[in-house]
Design a binder for this molecule. Structure first.
Ligand SMILES: [Zn+2]
Length: 368
């Protein structure tokens, strides 16, 4: 354990740097007898968003890093400022008139427009807690109106606030989710074989408080989204059929995390991708290349492997003079998948099936 502590003390991973700053603030050791209290605040003035989640996650990572550095006890309080007034009515909510009638009233006094909680603040708080609980985060939740009622504000706490530099804060938008998900699983897969120093620099060490789960994801999230898009289905069994063609040893029982990822892909596709899909017609050069690709696929056995298919796609692009060759792959994504970028076509064809990809080609050629 002390080897880990020595490495962590000079490690450049940001949770250790933040935690080291805290240690420097207390040169004589942890103040008081009680645990260090980390507090992260949130205003329940609308449905919680990724920024709120990120704030709690960052604070938890620093809290865990501090415990690795010092062994100090600590707690995390997620604080909801529900005594704050509702300054504007968030868009896209039911009962907007009712909400407008409660403008500037404390959020804990505004009725729940969804009708399922005592107040609008309670509703938003419960969503945030569900989100944090689903992720297995360890925290205590406190709403300010509760503190006000039972006088908890009088307690002597050592408050530690982690401030985010707004300029440095990465803009989290829904578009980055697929890339972030795939990065996460790559970090998770790499973790078990890493040296201790690399482990401490691996984000999953901090996200999972030093104990990341085992994960082996045979298919990435980006490819699942492409699969959902072309298969045009929300039937999970059907999707698992495709996955098992590609990764015969995987099943919902052996790969529960992949099963969950398929659920997420279905929801993400419906909410963020479906509307943006547009399969364009191929131009003359692309049409000729697609015809050749179709002939090459027709000559292959249905269980041809990803590498064989990828090589054939590659050769056809070169033969037809695509320069750079990336344009050929882009044309395939745009005409077959309706997307601007996509997976390796060899892997995707092995997953979706040669016959099915030939159907996509036939549809594209009809659009010409
Ligand atoms: Zn509610």
């Amino acid at each position: 354990m002390s080897a880990l502590r020595d490495i962590a003390a000079t490690h450049k991973a940001w949770p250790y740097e933040e935690a080291s700053k805290l240690v420097k603030r207390y040169p004589d050791g942890k103040p008081g007898g009680g645990p260090i209290v980390f507090e992260t605040g949130y205003g329940p003035s609308g449905l919680p968003h990724l920024g709120t989640f990120q704030e709690v996650a960052r604070t938890l990572m620093v809290r865990h890093a501090l415990s690795e550095l010092t062994g100090w006890e600590s707690r995390l309080i997620a604080f909801s400022d529900d005594m704050d007034g509702m300054r504007k009515v968030p868009p896209n909510l039911p009962h907007s008139d009712m909400l407008h009638a409660h403008l500037d009233q404390p959020l804990c006094k505004v009725p729940d427009p969804f009708g399922c909680h005592d107040s609008f603040a309670d509703h938003n708080n419960s969503l945030l807690r569900k989100f944090l609980d689903d992720f297995g985060f360890e925290y205590e939740f406190v709403a300010s109106h509760e503190c006000y009622q039972d006088g908890r504000f009088d307690e002597q706490l050592v408050n530690v606030h982690i401030y985010r530099d707004p300029k440095k804060a990465k803009q989290l938008s829904f578009q980055i989710i697929p890339k972030a998900v795939d990065e996460y699983y790559r970090f998770l897969a790499a973790y078990p074989d890493q040296e201790i120093k690399e482990k401490l620099g691996n984000p999953v060490h901090h996200v999972h408080a030093g104990d990341p789960p085992q994960a082996a994801m045979p298919i990435d999230f980006g490819m699942l989204l492409n699969l959902v898009g072309v298969a045009n289905t929300d039937d999970k069994d059907l999707l698992w059929g495709f996955v098992q063609r590609y990764a015969p040893d995987a099943s919902p029982e052996t790969h529960a995390d992949l099963d969950t990822l398929i659920d997420h892909a279905l929801v993400y596709f419906r909410d963020f991708v479906e509307e943006s899909l547009f399969k364009r017609a191929p131009d003359a050069k692309e049409t000729a290349a697609l015809r050749d690709l179709d002939a090459a696929l027709a000559a292959m056995p249905e269980d041809a492997d990803a590498e064989t298919i990828q090589n054939a796609v590659f050769e056809i692009g070169k033969t037809h003079g695509f320069e750079p060759l990336r344009d050929w792959f882009k044309a395939l994504y745009e005409t077959l998948l309706g997307a601007t970028h996509g997976p390796r076509m060899g892997s995707f064809t092995a997953l979706y099936g040669i016959d099915n990809v030939r159907k996509l080609i036939a549809e594209a050629l009809e659009r010409e």
